[in-house]
Design a protein around this ligand. Structure first.
Ligand SMILES: NC(=O)c1ccc[n+]([C@@H]2O[C@H](COP(=O)([O-])OP(=O)(O)OC[C@H]3O[C@@H](n4cnc5c(N)ncnc54)[C@H](OP(=O)(O)O)[C@@H]3O)[C@@H](O)[C@H]2O)c1
Length: 279
């Protein structure tokens, strides 16, 4: 059993991963900025810090065997350098499916960011596994307010199919990778078990919540305006490129099935678990 550092411990994947690693018998150290806001299981060691601060990262890695690494704004540069010094046995990086899409332009920021993060680990000779998940099911939370307040969902590309993934499946794959050295040096595209459009997602949520949700299709200009409220233009452009280039973003991959020996969690399950947030 190993002592494992989990970055992004409060995030969509991290919160499931902590529980899974404890179940597997590992010792877990959770790294986050505001531990006082979080209710971690009692046997988790908590270390507060910022992934962009060298001292915090070095402290977090002290006496650690393995780590789960979330991409940070510096493409994981500080973390990768610290990993090299600390001789970590294995790092599982949460990368992105965008790395696998060869039709993206060389300037797509999201793809470049993750490619850079992966390259830094390789360059620093860190034993790695790259997990490259598709879009997370949790992205559906972006429709929460308009569904709650207006019974409407404003969708830029209602019929664009995507094999979205439940973060719990990513966490299970991460725990399996961290538990077995055979996964070192491997990269896995991870998706959910089905291709599903945003319109299908709304229909499933409608049934789960018990009310009709109207789908309103946004024009490209409206989409840009809406995304630009929260995101810098370089990210908006990258997301639009991902969304616009193909009628479906990414096919179902068998990797979740192969790694976990499960079918993978469908969106209907995510909707059941989270329907109370949309009421
Ligand atoms: N969302 C998707 O659809 C998608 C698809 C493919 C790949 N990915 C990859 O998955 C990653 C996480 O996805 P997410 O959007 O769902 O995010 P998230 O899980 O909500 O995670 C953000 C996490 O990062 C931590 N964090 C952020 N900045 C930090 C810093 N400077 N120092 C320490 N911790 C910091 C946050 O901790 P605090 O509690 O401290 O805020 C939080 O736990 C993305 O960055 C991307 O690389 C996402």
């Amino acid at each position: 059993m190993s002592k494992i550092l989990v970055t992004g411990a409060t995030g969509n994947v991290g919160k499931y991963l902590i529980h899974q690693l404890l179940l597997d018998g590992h010792t877990v150290r959770a790294f986050c900025r505001n531990p006082e806001l979080v209710d971690f299981p009692k046997n988790v060691e908590i270390i507060s810090g910022d992934i962009l601060k060298k001292d915090d990262v070095e402290k977090a890695l002290n006496n650690i065997d393995k780590a789960f690494l979330l991409m940070s704004n510096d493409h994981g540069s500080i973390f990768s350098s610290a990993l090299a010094v600390n001789k970590i046995k294995h790092v599982v990086l949460l990368s992105s499916y965008s790395v696998e899409i060869d039709w993206l332009s060389k300037n797509n920021f999201i793809a470049k960011h993750h490619i850079e993060g992966e390259s830094l680990l390789i360059k620093n000779n860190i034993p790695y596994t790259f997990l490259r998940p598709s879009g997370f099911m949790t992205t559906a939370f972006q429709w929460m307010d308009s569904i709650k307040l207006q019974n409407k969902a404003f969708l830029p590309y209602p019929d664009l199919a995507h094999a979205i993934i439940h973060p719990e499946d990513i966490a299970l794959c991460a725990s399996i990778a961290l538990g077995n050295d055979n996964h070192i040096g491997k990269s896995y595209l991870l998706t959910g078990p089905e291709l599903i459009t945003p319109r299908d997602q709304i229909s499933i949520l409608s049934k789960e919540i018990g009310k009709n949700i109207e789908v309103i299709q946004l024009s490209k200009d409206e989409t840009i305006k809406s995304m630009s409220k929260n995101l810098p233009s370089i990210i908006v452009d990258s997301i639009l490129e991902l969304l616009e280039s193909k009628p479906k973003i990414i096919n179902v991959s068998e990797n979740v099935k192969k790694l976990t020996n499960t079918k993978g969690i469908p969106f209907s399950t995510w909707a059941k678990e989270n329907s109370h947030f949309f009421k």
